[in-house]
Design a protein around this ligand. Sequence first.
Ligand code: SER
Length: 317
Amino acid sequence: MSKEKILIIGANGQIGSVLSAALRDQFGSDSVIATDIRDGAKHQEGIFEILDVLDAAALGSIVERHQVTQIYHLAAILSAKGEANPLKTWDINMNGLFNVLEVAREKGVQKVFHPSSIAVFGSDIPRQHTPQDAVLKPTTVYGMSKVAGELWSQYYFQRYGLDVRSLRYPGVIGYQSDPGGGTTDYAVEIYHYAVKGKPYACFLSQKTMLPMIYMDDAIRATLELMDAPAESIRVRTSYNLAGMSFSPEQIAASIQQEVPGFNVLYQPDFRQKIADSWPESIDDSAARKDWGWQPKYDLDSMTRDMLFHLQEKYASV
Ligand code: SER
């Protein structure tokens, strides 16, 4: 049995649910404690507990009871949903992180993963191949919370030696789980409509390029970052991470190669403004150099895999 005890917070979410399964595969079911604020139908094969990350005492007691050595803190309110209630978003995203960092420091947790996002970028950046060290002037409260979170992560590393690691995820696309409240969610929804044979009304305009990544690559990046030797992690705020970049009309064309006749309409809403403030593509050379990051999926290989798995999923219901 692995000596690691891994706590996942937000284990029912889009990334958390897939990451929980990947960590159970890597470390064994008994080594992974999945938690979420909601009940965990997805975790029948492993340990699951209800946890509100704002409840520091409950978090501390889980860490102590299971002798947790690593925490993956994935609970957050994302970009689009966050704009509906900025102060609540700040409260959950920041105080959740403070609770995790403090409990980790107090109880001697060895490693912490805290995701950041392309939402840290805003005005005054080069939009193509946005560099690691671009100025960070986000326009959403979610982006603001991620910038602050990156700096707090670095602070805990420098001040207390807590091994906090982080990735700036692009939009994450997978068949296993549904996204919630993000600006990049269209790129998941569109596949579901294609498989159901329905036209899709896209909430971004056809030429809006955004950085994206396939779930398999996002999970592998996370595990590779966490497995890398501490001395190779030179960025202690958060690493730029790239998979691919495309626009709604390009993903539609990729799907149409497999599903001829699939129809997409464009009805941009408030999320267009958020997307327009983000990079079109990301320079992730620091991640490649420091810990060997290399994505595997491009748009067409992702499309084939997504359609295959979603067709299987809908056929079985
Ligand atoms: N996918 C996220 C969002 O759209 C970006 O981190 O909010």
